[in-house]
Write a protein that binds this ligand. Sequence first.
Ligand code: AHR
Length: 324
Amino acid sequence: MTIISKLAIAASLATALTSVAIAQDNLKGLTIGFSQIGSESGWRAAETSVTKQQAEERGIDLKFADAQQKQENQIKAIRGFIAQGVDAIIVAPVVATGWDDVLTEAKEAEIPVMLLDRGVDAPEDLYLTSVASDQVLEGRTAGDWLVKEVGDADCKIVELQGTVGSTPAINRKKGFEEAIVGHANLTIARSQTGDFTRAKGKEVMEGFIKAENGGADICAVYAHNDDMAVGAIQAIKDAGLKPGTDIKVVSIDGVPDIFAAMVAGEANATVELTPNMAGPAFDALSAFLADGTQPAKFIITESKLYTPADNPQGEYDTRKGLGY
Ligand code: AHR
């Protein structure tokens, strides 16, 4: 290689690195509104604290609004952000429908909107990007694990669904059903919402246990999140049964408490959901503001299965103290 071509490569590398640096720096001093769903789960608490930390690292002035699980509060908060003239909005939409009007208002005000962790049934041009997991895959991963785990044995499953009308509840149900279809020995005997909370998970599981011969007829509980699984574990113990052994427990999120339950032999599998949805969203916004780069409409985060074979004590230690 000639000295001239070496210099040319060095120069273009330097230009590329400078534009990356500019792209990362250009959020400093911006005001971004964050409409969060609430604090229904340990995962949600972690997402809130990671988002605040990601904003701080980039010098963003983050305006935080907790909607206490209500869509009307989210819509009110977003309208407030628009009225304040924020530079961008991030929103974790509690349910899938009912967003067209407020997202159109944000678009008309030329405020980019980014969706975090849940999707919406609205035209894709109303938001810049959506950062979320493949929730159908999460359900399928949980179901595939159970299919392998039970083999040919008959298995009556009870399902704790997430918030009615939310995309994780819809998609995690769909994915799990896709995994068990064609395995006649696995059946979902009962399915009800536990609203993604520990208290509701416990209460609904108590009802399932009563209805299913004191729990003796239940082979497994599939919970759409770990918090409901932890509630279910308590209900199983209260009924005098052994969670993880008498009734298998499979769920989604990867919060510290589920790893603690695995260490105690009371939970069998979880599919991890990263609480860092804001980092990729801020990076997408940064590139968009720098030179109009259109991000992927759907930025998909990883979904990894964990079982007791995956060092649950180590996973617990790594996660505790991260805002869960
Ligand atoms: O949207 C993500 C889901 O919402 C998490 O799995 C659950 O814990 C939370 O409430």
